[in-house]
Write a protein that binds this ligand. Structure first.
Ligand code: F6P
Length: 327
């Protein structure tokens, strides 16, 4: 007979994303419903190393579903990348009698979970929480929808002033390794060019089309660039365009961390709640060392080691849509 898990730990790790609180709430309340005790671990793996671990109850997660950030706080922990750090973390988990972990974060956090499991046998389950949506095997990650809507709202505003002045605007959105925020927000705001890490940027082609526009005296142009684009981000693009289009007025706006904050969208709250619920159910069923994703509106359990970056997987159809609709 399978051993019934009695105590679990929950943590958020890596870059925060809107909806992480909704996920924590779902994990805590589902576990308590099944008479499983829950311990919160502050600042991700760092809190595990520092023994910053506390018991949670239903009230600990009251009134947080609508809040951005994470009540557990988060960190990118270098010490946990070393076996010695993981050993320290494991002893603290043992001290608290924690028999399973729910890790809300991105692929880096999942890699940490794999190592902890392999070295110390702690069952881990991941919830895909990152604004970048750069994890394969899930159609959504917690926070992406909110981040992309934040970007769209900001770009719409910029478009007003861009249009009023007949300017070229280059807007940089987040996405170190993945272009999903750029692609979605760019399509939704009618951007003429979208530059993403998954495709080599042909800057000369962009220059030619802008020179052609200049000849037609139509100098309004919106370019959305992911921070990890191979050409080097918005400032580099601006420099290159200014060299080749001396008459154009070119402005840059880097949206930055605004994309990580704010109240989670309805969509993010719902997927976080579903994923959090299923994470606990899955641990109880003895299915772990997977992360919970959603594909075709169904829960999908993907081995943690497979949660590698989705880089290069953007289909050409998306870029074709950008080209045709912007013409
Ligand atoms: O992984 C999420 C993310 O927001 C990336 O898009 C971005 O490059 C990075 O985190 C920024 O990290 P930090 O907040 O540590 O500067």
């Amino acid at each position: 007979m399978q051993h019934k898990i009695k105590r679990i730990g929950v943590l958020t790790s890596g870059g925060d994303s809107p909806g992480m609180n909704a996920a924590i709430r779902a994990v805590v309340r589902t576990a308590l419903y099944h008479q499983i005790e829950v311990f919160g671990i502050r600042r991700g793996y760092q809190g595990m190393i520092d023994n910053d671990i506390f018991q949670m109850d239903s009230r600990s997660v009251a009134n947080i579903i609508q809040r951005g950030g994470t009540i557990l706080k988060t960190a990118r922990c270098k010490e946990f990348m070393e076996p010695a750090g993981r050993k320290k973390a494991y002893y603290h988990l043992k001290e608290h009698g924690i028999e399973g972990l729910v890790i809300i974060g991105g692929d880096g956090s999942f890699r940490g979970a794999c190592a902890l499991q392999a070295e110390h046998g702690i069952p881990c389950i991941g919830l895909a929480g990152t604004i970048d949506k750069d994890i394969s095997g899930t159609d959504f990650t917690i926070g992406f929808d909110t981040a992309v809507n934040t970007a769209v709202e900001a770009i719409d505003k910029i478009r007003d002033t861009m249009d009023a002045h007949d300017r070229i605007f280059i807007i940089e959105v987040m996405g170190r390794d993945a272009g999903y925020i750029a692609l979605h927000s760019g399509i939704a705001t009618g951007a003429e060019n979208i530059l993403i890490p998954e495709r080599k940027t042909d800057i000369n082609n962009i220059i030619q089309s802008l020179q052609e526009k200049e000849r037609r005296k139509k100098m309004v142009n919106l370019i959305v660039v992911a921070e990890g684009d191979d050409f080097g981000g918005a400032t580099e693009v601006q420099k290159k365009l200014e060299e080749n289009l001396p008459k154009a007025e070119i402005r840059v706006c880097i949206l930055g961390h605004i994309q990580r904050g704010g109240a989670p969208s309805c969509m993010d709250r719902v997927i976080a709640s579903r994923m959090g619920y299923h994470a606990v159910e899955s641990l109880m069923e003895g299915r772990y060392n997977v992360f919970v994703g959603i594909q075709n509106n169904k829960m999908n359990y993907i081995p943690l080691e497979a949660a590698v970056k989705n880089k290069g997987k953007i289909s050409d159809e998306w870029l074709q849509i950008v080209r045709i609709l912007a013409s």
